[in-house]
Write a protein that binds this ligand. Structure first.
Ligand SMILES: *Cc1c(COP(=O)(O)O)cnc(C)c1O
Length: 471
């Protein structure tokens, strides 16, 4: 519809002031942070594109809901409101609230995975894979090959390669696969959707082999929007309808409500199976809290119930993804290499193409994120070899094909002018790329190292030619 732009379907009622720093201050701040943008203070950041997690703006209705928190220890009315909303919008009958997504992943992994199991998924996510490994499982990547190619224009780079599932079942047997885990709008692939046609195939595969289907639904609304845009059969369906259909093809869901669902904290594990719900309730009281609040306050459950209804609104999601595409288009016009098509929540810079002189074991994406901050005060995040971590058996670094810097757009927070400033900063950094040098670890945490690792700069002359045969 020509009359529809991505203009925001809201107006601004309260603002939070931000401040610009000098280059000198930023050089000092990033050095003190060990060249890790996770270790910067928020006050030293001008435009914060570290993540879209928990940093969205709530609506006036959500804030009004916060005042209606029923903080009873047991049986809060907000829990029932949340549970009913999840069933209405997402189809799942039983809900276990958790403090955030990883709380749900923990309970799910401990409930379903046994030592020696294999868990296939459409690309790994950091916390998801870590909880699978803690429970004794091994993650197996079954996403289509195009997902690992930053330049592929495939419209559904989040799709599962059914042949890879077949090969896995051949190798290890269905009895050692507790479930297939599919993520909607795959974060690590660049916010790339899967199609409903593909999801139906995965459903059939799971039914054939008696394997459960788990849905990491953190970005389900963004995925549904791409289906509406790109899968012709769904052109006339609402995002809300598509979201419901995606969910009803799966058995169990984990949710980080800090993303699509528009709240600052919270998550849940949801499912249809009664027995599984009982097991999850038994574990949630150990690790989170009573099953009617899990890890959440009553007021937060209320804000979440309202956030879910707002998140599937067509105008909301068009504006949300439209803003991300606006930033992506500005960078593409300037010839900055990014992952295409542009994803739902972020623009991903291709660090291997921007910094071809830095070998992957000198962490080009980490170095690029630090340089962007120094240049402009824009905070981004590494999604490459640091995030990938080490193989738990061999201790070797995983060397992912994608070595990316993520510019993640919080929901309903920044304006078009902020996107223009960001694009200009990235373009300036790309112009002086050859002056950026690689990094080395000075502190490497054992688990989820990207959060707290510290680095120092290598000397420019120290950088060896990248060995492309390694990839
Ligand atoms: C953020 C995220 C998680 C983990 O959720 P938290 O709320 O951060 O604990 C899991 N899966 C995906 C795809 C995510 O983006």
């Amino acid at each position: 519809m020509a009359t529809h732009t991505w203009a925001e379907p809201y107006k601004i009622k309260a603002v939070e002031l931000i401040r610009m720093t000098t280059r000198e201050q930023r050089e000092e701040a990033i050095r003190e942070a060990g060249y890790n943008t996770f270790l910067l203070r928020s006050e030293d950041v001008y435009i914060d594109l570290l993540t879209d997690s928990g940093c969205g703006a709530m609506s006036d209705r959500q804030w009004a809901g916060m005042m209606c928190g029923d903080e009873a220890y047991a049986g809060s009315k907000n829990f029932y409101h949340l549970r009913d909303t999840i069933e209405n919008y997402y189809s799942y009958k039983h809900t276990v609230p958790t403090h955030q997504g990883r709380g749900a992943e923990h309970i799910l992994s401990q409930t379903l995975i046994s030592e020696g199991d294999f868990v296939p998924g459409n690309m790994y996510f950091t916390t998801t894979r870590y909880h699978q490994e803690l429970a004794g499982g091994t993650f197996v990547d079954v996403i289509i090959d195009e997902a690992h190619d930053a330049e592929s224009e495939h419209p559904f780079k989040g799709n599962v390669d059914i042949e890879k599932l077949d090969a896995l079942v051949e190798r290890v047997g269905a009895e050692n696969i507790p479930y297939v885990c599919i993520a909607t709008c795959v974060n690590m692939a660049g916010g790339q959707p899967l199609s409903l046609a593909n999801l139906r195939q995965v459903r059939l595969w799971c039914d054939k082999h008696g394997v459960l289907l788990v849905h990491d639904m953190t970005r389900v609304a963004e995925n549904a929007y791409f289906i509406q845009c790109r899968e012709p059969a769904y052109r006339d369906r609402t995002v809300r309808e598509i979201v419901y259909e995606i969910c009803s093809l799966t058995d169990i869901a984990t949710m980080s409500a800090k993303k699509d669902a528009l709240v600052n904290i919270g998550g849940f594990l949801a499912m249809n199976d009664e027995k599984l719900y009982e097991k999850a309730c038994a574990l949630v009281v150990v690790y989170e809290g009573l099953h009617t609040y899990g890890g959440m306050a009553g007021r937060d459950m209320e804000a979440l119930a309202i956030g879910i209804t707002e998140s599937v609104d067509d105008d909301h999601i068009r504006a949300r993804v439209g803003q991300v595409e606006y930033l992506g288009a500005a960078l593409q016009r300037a010839g900055v290499p990014i992952v295409t098509p542009v994803g739902g929540h972020a623009v991903f810079l291709d660090a291997l193409r921007i910094l071809p002189h830095i070998p992957q074991d000198c962490f080009p994406a980490q170095a690029l994120a630090a340089a962007l901050y120094e240049e402009s005060g824009v905070r981004s995040m590494e999604r490459g070899v640091i995030s990938a971590g080490r193989n738990k058996d061999s201790g070797e670094n995983y060397m992912p094909k994608l070595e990316l810097v993520r510019l993640t757009i919080p929901r309903r927070v920044y304006t078009q002018a902020h996107m223009d400033v960001t694009a200009a900063a990235v373009i300036r950094v790309a112009e002086v790329a050859e002056t950026i040098s690689g990094l080395r670890f000075v502190y490497e945490p054992e688990m989820l190292r990207f959060f707290q690792a510290r680095f120092e700069r290598r000397q420019a002359g120290e950088v060896k030619q990248r060995d492309t045969s390694a990839r």
